[in-house]
Design a protein around this ligand. Structure first.
Ligand code: GAP
Length: 510
């Protein structure tokens, strides 16, 4: 148990912002919602799309050694026999016989003090701290090592239920398979059983030979895929952190055996730096090495990139060394050769695989939590804002005419139409300019362009920056160029245009 820095934002604030401003809604809400399923609203869909595009750009477009793929969700059922999912993709489920709550033993928060155990469900560190405090032990924030199946069995009779606190009331753990089953064709019998994929990885392994033959790639090379995955999770929650339907972004990077350890380290660094480049704070990221007994059936080594979510440190991304497990299994079950001809040694080899895999929805949550901030403005009022990296911001620019008067509206609409050719733009002419700035701050729009009556005279507009609230006066003819430079991260307040120095307006108001 270690002391941790306090988290900066609570989950309720993020959930409320997402709902209020149209990032994320509960699924089928008019029917009361569907447990752990979520719908992305107009802003959420843009944020999610931008995250996926930034990932694709980094792992496919900007590299020469990774190609993309989009495989089907339903696959031949033998796939899941070969991959080990039918046999081993399960979680240890127990039930408390006192309150009938079910939970995963490996998601139990557990701490021992003076021979006595305290527990709480995953994500409820606050509850555990409260329980420790009530019993006269330390408070503060805490993190916990995972509870292995053996830990649970060893302590089962002395552990209190994380929900009702009854001691030693657990059933024996049983393995619960997480795959969703459905039927192909009109007859619902065993012959028609198919599964919704729990990961996109297998679609890439079964296409290994197709990709090799059509792209003529040489080792090392990778395949990348983004797509929906489904897991019938025992316990869900913490908003979009763990749900039953989610999106995943995965790379299968094929390397020569013997070079796998170095490539593992490479990908871990690569992925960590991706988050940092997109604005996640270094102190909110932490790699966690899996202990031997924790490793999945296919993994030789796994390191999680953990993020400090509002409920505590938890997995954001996993990097695994899958060795030759998958290609060997699929070759054996399909009877097809899934090897690579090494020109150097003139031998057929089965490559090893390094796999960085991250949930899109979990990234959305991490980027939102990291960007959320509150600060007092010059009038002492609290300003809530999302300091999203411009690459991820749903809208890059907002166009705000100072009034709805026709002559201003015509000019503002012209500017709006012109900027839309390059970016997602928000046009807002309702309420006071101060309120409109706040609305854009709260959804993370990096720049507001204000069109005022002076604009009709001098053909200039005011550009206001979200984070600093600094404002510059920019000729309309130079607007796109200025915003392009600003969005690319160039830091300036005043730009010379045609030899002139543009006027810097007062900070905070037009
Ligand atoms: N092919 C490897 C694989 O699927 P995983 O660790 O099971 O690995 C990868 O999943 C990532 O997918 C996780 O790091 C997490 O970000 C995300 N993820 C897993 N289960 C999830 C769930 N139920 N809801 C949302 N995201 C999930």
């Amino acid at each position: 148990m270690t002391e941790e820095p306090p988290t900066r934002v609570n989950m309720e604030k993020i959930v409320s912002l997402c709902r209020r401003r149209g990032f994320i809604f509960p699924s089928s809400e008019i029917y009361g919602g569907l447990s752990s399923c979520w719908d992305y609203g107009p802003l959420g869909v843009e944020l999610k799309r931008n995250i996926k595009e930034a990932w694709w750009r980094a792992v496919v477009q900007e590299r020469g050694d990774v190609v993309g793929l989009d495989t089907s969700i339903l696959m031949h059922p033998q796939t899941w026999v070969a991959s080990g999912h039918l046999e081993g993709f399960s979680d240890p489920l127990v039930e408390c016989q006192n309150c009938n709550q079910r939970f995963r033993t490996d998601q139990l928060l557990r701490v021992k003090k003076d021979g006595r155990y305290f527990t709480a469900p995953e994500g409820r560190e606050d509850k555990l701290i409260e329980r420790l405090g009530n019993a006269g032990f330390i408070a503060g924030t805490v993190t916990f090592e995972p509870t292995t199946s053996q830990d649970f069995l060893d302590d089962k009779d002395r552990l209190p239920c994380p929900f009702c606190e009854a001691v030693g009331q657990f059933t024996e753990p049983r393995q619960f398979n997480l795959m969703f089953k459905t039927f192909m064709g009109p007859v619902e019998d065993e012959a028609g059983v198919v599964y919704l994929r729990p990961e996109t990885a297998q679609g890439m392994f079964v296409n290994f030979q197709n990709v090799l033959n059509t792209t003529r790639k040489r080792l090392p090379f990778g395949i990348a895929q983004i797509g929906k995955a489904f897991r019938n999770e025992i316990t869900t929650g913490n908003f979009i952190f763990r749900s039953r339907e989610f999106e995943i972004m995965e790379v299968e990077f094929f390397v020569k055996p013997g070079t796998d350890e170095a490539w593992f380290d490479y990908w871990l660094e690569e992925r960590l730096s991706w988050y940092l480049k997109l604005g996640i704070k270094k102190e909110h990221l932490r790699p966690r090495e899996h202990a031997k007994e924790e490793l999945s059936h296919y993994s030789r080594r796994t390191v999680d990139i953990n993020y400090l979510f509002p409920m505590g440190w938890a997995e954001l991304e996993g990097i695994a060394n899958r060795g030759d497990f998958d290609l060997t299994q699929h070759a054996s079950f399909s009877g097809k050769e899934l090897t690579y001809f090494d020109d150097g040694t003139k031998e057929h080899i089965t490559p090893y695989v390094i796999e960085p895999a991250v949930g899109v929805d979990r990234s959305v949550l991490a980027f939102l939590c990291d960007a959320y901030d509150e600060e007092k403005d010059e009038q002492g009022e609290v300003r809530a804002l999302l300091r999203l990296h411009p690459t991820l911001a749903p809208y890059k620019v907002a166009v705000l005419p100072l009034s709805r008067r026709e002559n201003l509206a015509i000019l503002a609409r012209e500017i709006d139409a012109d900027l839309r050719k390059l970016w997602m733009v928000s046009y807002d002419d309702a309420q006071s300019i101060g309120r409109r700035y706040r609305r854009q701050d709260e959804i993370g729009t990096p720049f507001c362009v204000t069109v005022d009556f002076q604009s009709l005279e001098d053909n200039q507009v005011t550009v206001r920056e979200r984070d600093s609230m600094n404002q510059i006066r920019v000729p309309i003819a130079e607007l796109k160029k200025t915003l392009q430079a600003k969005l690319a991260g160039e830091d300036f307040l005043v730009l010379p245009a045609g030899g002139k120095v543009w006027k810097e307006a007062e900070k905070g108001g037009v």
